[in-house]
Write a protein that binds this ligand. Structure first.
Ligand code: AMP
Ligand code: GLY
Length: 416
C-alpha cells in the first residue's frame, strides 16, 4: 500500500483525493493544505501551504509515493520542476509548459504557431494603446488581463464605454499590465480535458462549466458555479473535433520542446465556424473534476502511475451522466470574509459532498472562502442527474447560494 499527496484545497482536490482513496493500492491521501471538510470524507489535511515547496518536498519524501498537483499557482511557479529535481514522482506540468495557462499572451502565440483556431486578439501594454486597439475590434469585445485571475480577469463588453472602462480598470489595478483585447465568440462552451505524457493521453468526456454567477449566464464571471459531464448537447462530430484539438496541442507542445506530463484543459467555444480555443489550463478544472473523476472506474492511482511511465490506460466509464452544483457564499465573487454556518452532511450525504471553502469541525463547520462545496448527482441521463443533484444540495444549502440552472443548456439542445 502507498500514500499519495494531493496539493490544493478545493472541491477539485476533494474529488482527486476520493479518486485516489478508491484505489485498492492507496492507504492514505494527504491534502496540502486541504480544508477542514476533507477529514469527513476520509482524506487527511496537512497544514502546508501549496506554495511552500521545500516543506512539501520534505513531507513527500517522508510520507508518499506520488504527488498530484491541483491548482495553477504552484504549477506556474515550477512546483513540478522542484519535485523532479528532488527525485520525487509528481504528476503535473513543468513551469515552461504551465505558461500555457499562466500567460494568455504565451497561449495565444502558441495557438498561432500551431494553427489552432482561436479568437482574433490584440495584445497591449498600456492604456493608450488599448484605447486605440479597441477601434479595430467589433462589439461585443472581450478584455482580458494577462496572468492568473481565478476566472475573474475576463470582462465581456457589449459597448465601447464599457470596454473603455474595463481597460481603465485593468490599468488602474496594474499600470504595467499586459491586456488582451479579443473578439467575442458566440456559441456553447465546453471543457475538454486529458491527462497526458508527451503525446500519449487519456481523454475525458466533454464537460460544461457554468462560469457566470447567475442563472441564464448573467452576472460576473466566477471560478465556476457547476458542471455537467458528459455534456449531451455536443455531437459525436464535435467530440471528435475537441479530441483533435487536444492532440494538436500535445503535438505542438512536443514540437516546442515542452516535454513532460500533466493535465491539459482546453476551454472551447463551439461557434457556427467550428470550435475555437478560449483558453488553456494545465490542470484539472474546478468544478469539472467533480463530474469527471466520478465517472471513472479505473484504479486512478494505477492510471496516473502508468501515464507517468508513458502508458495510457483505456478509460473505463460508468456510462452515467453527472451534474455538480457548487454552493457558494452569497457574497461570491465579492468579499466572502464574513463567515457563515455550513451544514454537516449526514453519513449518506458524505458520498457526494466535496468540500472546498470549509473551516471548523464536524457539527460546527463554517465558510472559509467563496466556493464552499460541490454536491454531485448522477443518473442515466442529464435530466435525472440534475434532479438528483438539486435534491441532494437542498438540505445542505442553508444560508449559502447556488445557481438553479446547472445543466439547463444541455437539456435544451437536441441530443446526439
Ligand atoms: P478565459 O479565462 O479566457 O477562459 O475566460 C473566462 C470566460 O470568459 C470563458 O470561459 C468564457 O465564458 C468567457 N470568454 C473568454 N473569452 C471569450 C471570447 N472571446 N468570447 C466570448 N466569451 C469569452
Ligand atoms: N472550471 C474552470 C476552471 O477550472 O478554470
Amino acid at each position: 500500500m502507498v500514500n499519495v499527496l494531493v496539493i490544493g484545497a478545493g472541491a477539485r482536490e476533494s474529488a482527486l483525493g476520493r479518486a485516489f482513496l478508491a484505489s485498492p493500492q492507496v492507504q492514505a491521501v494527504y491534502v496540502a493544505p486541504g480544508n477542514a471538510g476533507m477529514a469527513l470524507i476520509g482524506l487527511t489535511p496537512v497544514a502546508i501551504d501549496a506554495m511552500d515547496f521545500p516543506a512539501l518536498i520534505a513531507f513527500a519524501k517522508a510520507h508518499v509515493a506520488l504527488t498530484f498537483v491541483g491548482p495553477e499557482q504552484p504549477l506556474t511557479a515550477g512546483i513540478c520542476d522542484a519535485f523532479q529535481a528532488a527525485g520525487l514522482a509528481v504528476f503535473g506540468p513543468k513551469r515552461a509548459l504551465a505558461q500555457l495557462e499562466g500567460s494568455k499572451q504565451f497561449a495565444k502565440a502558441f495557438m498561432a504557431r500551431h494553427d489552432l483556431p482561436t479568437a482574433a486578439a490584440t495584445v497591449v501594454h498600456d492604456l493608450a494603446a488599448g484605447q486605440a486597439a479597441l477601434a479595430g475590434h467589433r462589439l461585443p469585445v472581450v478584455i482580458k488581463a494577462d496572468g492568473l485571475a481565478a476566472g475573474k480577469g475576463v470582462v465581456v463588453c457589449s459597448d465601447l464605454p464599457a470596454a473603455q472602462a474595463a481597460l481603465a480598470r485593468a490599468y488602474a489595478a496594474d499600470p504595467a499590465a499586459t491586456v488582451l483585447i479579443e473578439d467575442y465568440l458566440a456559441g456553447q462552451e465546453a471543457s475538454v480535458l486529458a491527462m497526458f505524457n508527451g503525446t500519449t493521453r487519456v481523454l475525458f468526456p466533454l464537460a460544461q462549466d457554468h462560469k457566470r454567477r447567475l442563472a441564464g449566464d448573467a452576472g460576473p464571471n466566477t471560478g465556476g458555479m457547476g458542471a455537467i459531464s458528459p455534456a449531451p448537447q455536443f455531437t459525436a462530430a464535435q467530440q471528435a473535433q475537441a479530441a483533435a484539438l487536444v492532440d494538436a496541442t500535445l503535438a505542438g507542445a512536443v514540437t516546442d520542446g515542452l516535454d513532460g506530463c500533466g493535465v491539459i484543459y482546453l476551454g472551447l467555444m463551439f461557434t457556427v465556424d467550428g470550435p475555437k480555443l478560449l483558453e488553456y489550463n494545465v490542470r484539472f478544472g474546478d468544478p469539472e473534476t467533480q463530474v469527471l473523476l466520478t465517472q471513472v472506474q479505473n484504479d486512478f492511482y494505477q492510471l496516473t502511475v502508468d501515464l507517468l511511465a508513458g502508458h495510457a490506460q483505456p478509460l473505463v466509464l460508468d456510462g452515467r451522466t453527472y451534474c455538480g452544483v457548487v454552493a457558494v457564499h452569497p457574497d461570491y465573487p465579492g468579499d466572502t470574509s464574513r463567515p457563515l454556518p455550513v451544514a454537516t452532511p449526514d453519513q449518506a450525504a458524505l458520498d457526494y459532498w466535496l468540500p472546498a471553502g470549509v473551516a471548523g469541525t464536524q457539527g460546527a463547520l463554517t465558510t472559509a472562502g467563496g466556493r464552499v462545496f460541490t454536491v454531485v448527482g448522477a443518473g442515466p441521463n442529464l435530466a435525472h442527474a440534475q434532479l438528483q443533484a438539486y435534491a441532494r444540495v437542498a438540505p445542505l444549502l442553508g444560508e449559502l447560494a447556488m445557481r438553479q440552472d446547472i445543466g439547463a443548456k444541455g437539456l435544451r439542445q437536441p441530443q446526439d
